[in-house]
Design a protein around this ligand. Structure first.
Ligand SMILES: COc1ccc(Cn2ccc3ccc(-c4cc(N)[nH]n4)cc32)cc1
Length: 242
């Protein structure tokens, strides 16, 4: 899979791209991530301006339609595979595991990271990107949301996680809507806190039973909405592909 990230701050991704899981996936050719600085598409002005004040007044600045549309079209044309265009915004369809799994089926994804107050509306009207939010809180730009999407998607790609780390049993993965049971590792005791005896018993049936019960209790306590009897369809955002 290839990600193309359009951003005013490509350097934000430097540390992220060298973290082990992603770095290994890149080195192994399982994923490719290309960054594109929107400012490289500014009209030829000394300050490489790509933003301007909103018509009709109001706070802040908007990213202008001309450099953005030109940039996205040029980036899209950089490789034969057309990119699934995604615009990060507080107003988009909420990212969840189901959407991450759908995104992981794409061969190429372009992540459009805005800043300031976002993009001129004509960027959305012309390019028709899918709009995705990572939650009901306000970030200062799309880059953190883009990294969140990359993180959630790359771990789902075949071969990225070893078998022992499979994402198949994750909470939320592939319809699994239960929270994770408590996990323990060495030492067996720390400051008087011990490991549940069942986990040391070697009785795999009893361990599985205990873990299932722990997941159920935790899910009822914290996320009753995840239980099958309470699940609601995740209504897609109007401009989302099905
Ligand atoms: C209309 O209200 C606002 C519009 C933009 C902004 C700042 N901003 C600029 C680009 C950008 C991209 C994504 C996000 C974002 C995504 C999520 N889930 N939270 N925040 C925020 C973004 C603040 C508020």
């Amino acid at each position: 899979m290839r990600f193309d990230v359009v951003t005013l701050f490509p350097a934000i991704f430097d540390g992220y791209l060298t973290q082990s899981l992603l770095d290994k996936a890149i080195v192994r050719g399982l994923v490719e991530i290309q960054r594109h600085n929107l400012r490289d598409w500014a009209e030829d002005t000394p300050h490489r301006k790509v933003d301007d004040r909103p018509f009709g007044g109001g706070p802040g600045m908007l990213l202008q339609v001309e450099p953005t549309v030109t940039c996205v079209r040029d980036v899209d044309a950089m490789c034969d595979v057309p990119a699934r265009k995604i615009l990060l915004t507080p107003q988009g369809r909420r990212l969840d595991q189901r959407l991450a799994e759908d995104l992981a089926t794409s061969d190429r994804i372009m992540l459009m990271c805005g800043r300031y107050e976002g993009f001129d509306q004509r960027v959305l009207d012309i390019l028709q990107p899918e709009e995705i939010s990572i939650g009901d809180f306000v970030l200062n730009g799309g880059e953190v949301a883009a990294m969140t999407i990359i993180d959630a998607v790359v771990r789902l790609l075949p071969g990225v996680l070893g078998d022992e780390q499979s994402s198949l049993d994750d909470s939320f993965s592939r319809g699994n809507r239960m929270l994770e049971f408590p996990q323990y590792t060495r030492p067996r005791e720390f400051e008087g806190h011990t490991v549940p005896d069942v986990l040391l018993s070697g009785d795999h049936a009893a361990i599985a039973k205990w873990r299932a019960e722990q997941s159920r209790v935790k899910t009822i306590d914290r996320r009753r909405d995840l239980l099958p009897e309470n699940s609601k369809p995740n209504h897609e955002h109007p401009n989302q592909r099905s």
